[in-house]
Design a protein around this ligand. Structure first.
Ligand code: ARG
Length: 455
């Protein structure tokens, strides 16, 4: 039995049914019931349903909600989608009065609402997950303290010494921005499409504002065609997920590098690593690799969401049913990657070797700048020192004061101290930089933001 059996004869062809049926939307079951409850309450308030009808349908939806919560709700192969399943089960429970549930409603506004309810809840879940990850990075940064110095990299070449904490906190900042993006979305999710009907409204005295307020939303749609025909907010949600996964992908890439023998910066906890079925000695960073892999799928899903809508005539078109598979997929991938990477970072042991001494080259140049030498000249002089050492096959660590004095008269013996990475780092006290003071300030700022004070 279909929702539209009055119009079409015979039974749907299985090739048609199997191709068009929506299964992914079963995840919206509880949202569909919540939206239905508000709809029925509104129908009762405006007098479309009698008090008894409202009570009977509400009681049925309540039972349905319990079945959904306990996992007892059973879908049938004859359910075209989650909306049909809810209506079918309601009628089984309360009899023909259940057929009044869909008064003044279409699956077009219903599915648009379900998605908004779903995203409203899940966006907060992602925001919390990303906050937890950022706090794990903050805690790791604190544990590393003021002594653990690594090279910063540009072009994957060692650039300047910096605290490892500084490097981890860069990911903390990215996670905090990714979190904020989900919170910003809440404004645009605060608008109910229910009451838009199939496309152009209803002759019944519906109150979309009332339904919206029953659902805890401050507004109802302004245009019914837009309400049923647009998925920009779903695309935005997928963008937020994809963007966060891109951040996690970069963290993943660093973890993969750090865990190589060549880098040797990190030892992963056994619980957050995998082994090889073939190579007995292997310990692999699969969590980090899959964070990269899931980001690739998320970019595909974001592209799909945008492509889905780009050529659609106004208003609802069945193409839009495809939005859910993409949305749910990135949703799961982001949740999984966030918690697995948080666990990986929290349990990892970091032990990076110090940066190469030549990463102090800019500090040497800036020592000259501090004595009035123009930066361009200081850069040339220091570059020439690096070139000379390379030509003589000497390490920067063999640099002596006479090398410095040969290169420029303004060098002083104490400038050799700059080759000590801890000294070098702590001279660079600019805000947001890698010195201990700056890192401490970054930790305080992130903690304040994530506890809500800065948001
Ligand atoms: N399952 C559809 C979706 O996800 C909603 C149903 C709309 N179907 C229809 N024939 N108007 O978009």
């Amino acid at each position: 039995m279909t929702l539209w059996e009055g119009r079409l004869g015979g039974v749907p062809a299985s090739a048609m049914w199997n191709f068009t049926v929506s299964v992914a939307d079963r995840r919206l079951l509880e949202d569909d019931i919540e939206g239905s409850m508000a709809h029925v309450a509104m129908l009762g308030e405006v007098g479309i349903l009698s008090k008894q009808e409202t009570e009977a349908i509400t009681a049925g939806l309540q039972t349905l909600s319990e079945e959904a919560g306990s996992g007892a709700f059973a879908f049938s192969d004859d359910d075209e989608d989650v909306h049909s399943a809810v209506e079918r089960r309601l009628i089984e429970l309360v009899g023909p009065v259940g057929g009044k549930l869909h008064t003044g409603r279409s699956r077009n506004d219903q599915v648009a609402l379900d998605l908004i309810l779903y995203m409203r809840r899940e966006a907060l879940g992602h925001a919390d997950g990303l906050a937890r990850l950022a706090l794990v990075l903050v805690a790791a940064a604190e544990r590393l303290g003021p002594e653990v110095v690594v090279p910063s990299y540009t072009h994957l070449q060692q650039a300047q010494p910096t605290l490892f904490a500084h490097h981890l906190l860069a990911y903390g900042q990215m996670a905090a921005r990714d979190r904020r993006r989900f919170l910003d979305l809440a404004d645009r999710l605060d608008c109910s499409p229910l009451g838009a009907g199939a496309s152009a409204g209803s002759s019944l005295p519906l109150s979309p504002e009332r339904t919206a307020s029953l659902l805890g939303m401050s507004a109802a749609f302004a245009n019914s065609l837009d309400a049923v025909g647009s998925r920009d907010r779903a695309a935005e949600y997928v963008w937020c997920c994809a963007r966060a996964l891109v951040s996690l992908s970069r963290l993943g890439e660093d973890v993969v590098l750090w865990s190589t023998r060549e880098f040797g910066w990190v030892t992963l906890a056994d619980e957050f690593a995998t082994g090889s079925s073939a190579l007995p000695q292997k310990k692999n960073p699969d969590v980090a690799e899959l964070a990269r892999g899931k980001a690739a799928s998320a970019i595909g899903s974001l592209t799909a969401m945008l492509a889905l809508e780009k050529g659609l005539p106004m208003s609802y078109n069945r193409d839009l049913q495809e939005d859910k598979e993409h949305l749910f997929r990135v949703d799961d991938d982001l949740a999984g990657a966030t918690s697995a990477l948080a666990g990986l970072i929290a349990s990892a042991r970091f032990h990076p070797p110090p940066p190469a001494p030549e990463t102090a080259a800019l500090d040497l140049a800036e020592a000259l700048v501090g004595r009035g030498v123009p930066f361009r000249e200081a850069h040339r002089v220091t570059g020439a020192i690096a070139a000379r050492l390379a030509a003589e096959s000497r390490e920067f660590s063999s640099l002596s004061f006479s090398d410095l004095a040969d290169a420029h008269p303004s060098f002083e013996p104490s400038d050799l101290d700059l080759l000590d990475p801890v000294i070098s780092v702590n001279r660079r006290a600019t805000p947001g930089g890698g010195s201990h003071g700056s890192v401490t300030a970054q930790i305080a700022q992130l903690r304040a933001e994530l506890s809500g004070e800065g948001s």
